[in-house]
Design a protein around this ligand. Structure first.
Ligand SMILES: [Zn+2]
Length: 307
């Protein structure tokens, strides 16, 4: 079940994809994704002044829609349509004083980052176990595991943010989710590139741990070895794409997510200018993480931000 349910987990490959109300009006008002440990609440532009926002409650494990509303739902309304197992999560939302503002726009609830982090680390651990990934657990509460004693897996844990904002669409027409700060930086960088006559096209941004688990599961199903899979895909819980601050880019011609991206006009432009917008290349050649060279993968990490 885990493999199947992980397949459509909300990420840039989410079921919240092209054709939903968020897509239709994305240029006017950004959609918001409020991230939970079992649930995700999607607020997108609605049908007009009388219905300014459209709300959808998703099961984050498989992207299934549990309910939708034309007005911000009350917690009571939410409670009536979520699985019993998700009630404690709603109760956490309920007990956040001052944040429940159902009629004041699209941001009524978010979970505290620490709550979300602890629960999703637990879920990532479970996903890795269910995929029989034979790697040592290295996640302590410390922020970096790059020096774990066994040294078997070097990518640090990456946590999902409590809230994401839609920044247009990716190349496949799916909503592109980033944190608000990363989204602003991305839009500024893209505009600057366009002013220089270069197209920067987004291939992928935020991906959930569930989506990542589905990715790994599909590669396992094709018979690839764990070693091969992990050369190009992070373990669920360890992908920088979970952070909502990473974007994979394409230059408009040639294949996507290939090393040939470095021969595009966009790559030298990025090398010269991306830093100005707070973006850095995560995986250069012979990087210490043991990840293949990824000239397309850029992370918003402004100076002074913690790794
Ligand atoms: Zn990437």
């Amino acid at each position: 079940m885990s493999r199947r349910s992980a397949r459509n987990g909300t990420g840039s490959g989410s079921s919240a994809g092209a054709g939903n109300p968020a897509s239709a009006l994305a240029g006017q008002r950004p959609a918001w994704l409020i991230n939970g440990t079992m649930l995700q609440l999607l607020a997108s532009a609605g049908a007009g002044r009388a219905q300014p926002w459209h709300w959808r409650l998703l099961d984050r494990r498989d992207g299934r829609e549990l309910a939708s509303w034309q007005r911000a739902p009350s917690l009571l309304a939410l409670g009536q349509c979520v699985p019993r197992a998700a009630w404690p999560e709603l109760s956490r939302w309920l007990h956040m004083p001052g944040t429940v503002r159902p009629d004041q726009g699209p941001l009524p609830w978010t979970l505290p980052a620490a709550t979300l982090r602890a629960a999703l680390r637990e879920r990532a651990r479970w996903l890795r176990q269910s995929l029989a990934l034979p790697l040592p657990e290295s996640e302590s509460e410390s922020e970096s595991e790059s020096d774990s004693e066994s040294g078997a897996y070097r990518l640090p844990l990456c946590d999902e943010p409590p809230m994401l904002r839609q920044c247009g669409h990716d190349l496949a027409g799916r909503p592109l989710w980033l944190t608000a700060a990363a989204g602003r930086a991305w839009q500024a960088m893209r505009a600057a590139a366009a002013a220089d006559g270069l197209a920067l096209l987004p291939v992928s941004a935020y991906r959930s741990i569930d989506y990542q688990a589905g990715l790994v599961a599909r590669k396992q199903a094709r018979g690839l070895s764990t070693e091969t899979i992990l050369r190009y895909s992070a373990l669920p819980g360890h992908s920088e794409h979970h952070l909502g601050t990473v974007i994979d880019l394409h230059a408009g011609n040639g294949p996507a997510l290939e090393e040939s991206f470095q021969k595009s006009d966009a790559f030298p432009w990025l090398q010269q200018h991306a830093g100005r917008f707070g973006f850095v290349l995560s995986y250069g050649r012979d990087n210490p993480w043991g990840i293949g060279y990824e000239p397309w993968h850029w992370r918003f990490l402004p100076a002074g931000a913690q790794l």
